[in-house]
Design a protein around this ligand. Structure first.
Ligand SMILES: [Zn+2]
Length: 302
């Protein structure tokens, strides 16, 4: 019993225009149902001028602290020293871990990347670029899952399908949304909070390719549909959100100022809906949503 967070990089709410928005062209029955019944449009601009960016947006998502306001600007790409310190001290993962919750990062990391990080830690010299979720995972003392976990069905590669790994020569099976959801269900059995990060949406948005974007959105739609069907929504909560807009407008190479969708699906969803207005509200909502879920067995036993 617990909470699963699906973080999708660069997914905003765009115009109903098939010329610019791949969501309008794609076959997405699950997204459409969620947009009707489970969505809270969420501000990603954080009250700071300019286009919202990943480092500040994700830091805000995973700490609840307005990182853009703190820096006085939106920071793209990977978190700088100031943001890394903020994440190390205040991340949601650390807070949950300190409360004794069992937390997992479902993403599988390439072995070379993990060994680069370990080398960096030992020598303290080489700096390896680390995303917000990677910094948060390491700082909370949560394991980075590797290819070994992926082969055991205990981790998911960020593209869901493993195609990127296969192209790089890894001996892994081709995967799909069914296998990914199977992994999540299995991890939910022994974790209270878990998350998976998908960022090909952001890359596709920057690439401005309609066909690629439509394919990616359809894969996500099938993944989400399968997830909703297989997770016991009476006992668990699924939250899906993003850090800023991008893929919903392929006429621009950059991010957008659009709101992002936050979908709340499952136990306690209605109690949290009113709490979410901006990216700063996601972490507190996750903490608030988790407590009753974890107390549920006691309540049922009374
Ligand atoms: Zn981007």
């Amino acid at each position: 019993m617990g909470l699963f967070l699906l973080f999708i990089d660069g997914m905003g709410l765009g115009d109903e225009d098939a010329g610019i928005n791949p969501f309008v062209r794609a076959f997405i029955p699950n997204f459409k149902a969620l947009m009707r019944d489970n969505m809270v449009p969420t501000d990603a601009t954080l009250g700071v001028e300019g286009l919202p960016q990943s480092a500040t947006g994700q830091t805000t998502l995973f700490t609840g602290i307005n990182a853009s306001q703190l820096l006085g600007r939106h920071l793209h790409g990977f978190p700088n020293k100031e943001l890394r310190h903020l994440i190390m001290e205040h991340s949601l993962l650390k807070r949950l871990k300190d409360k004794g919750y069992r937390v997992a990062n479902c993403n599988a990391y390439r072995d070379e990347y993990v060994s680069q990080i370990l080398k960096e830690d030992t020598l303290g010299k080489r700096k390896v670029l680390k995303s917000v979720t990677t910094v948060a995972t390491l700082a909370a003392g949560i394991r980075l899952r590797t290819m070994e976990h992926l082969l055991e069905g205990r981790a998911i590669y960020h593209d869901i399908t493993n195609e990127i790994l296969l192209k790089k020569g890894y001996k892994v099976p081709l995967s799909d949304e069914n296998r990914a959801v199977h992994t999540i269900i299995s991890l939910m059995k022994d974790h209270d909070f878990l998350f998976f990060e998908y960022f090909l949406t952001d890359i596709a948005g920057h690439g401005q390719q309609m066909d690629v974007s439509v394919d990616i959105i359809q894969l996500l739609d099938r993944f989400i549909g399968k997830l909703i069907k297989n997770v016991d929504l009476k006992k668990n909560l699924i939250i899906i959100t993003s850090d800023h807009g991008n893929i919903e407008d392929i006429t621009t190479k950059t991010h957008t100022l659009n709101k992002v969708p936050t979908f709340l699906i499952g136990s306690g969803q209605d109690k949290l809906k009113g709490d979410i207005k901006s990216l700063t509200d996601i972490s507190p909502a996750i903490e608030k949503g988790l407590t009753p879920l974890l107390e549920m067995p006691k309540a049922l036993n009374v």
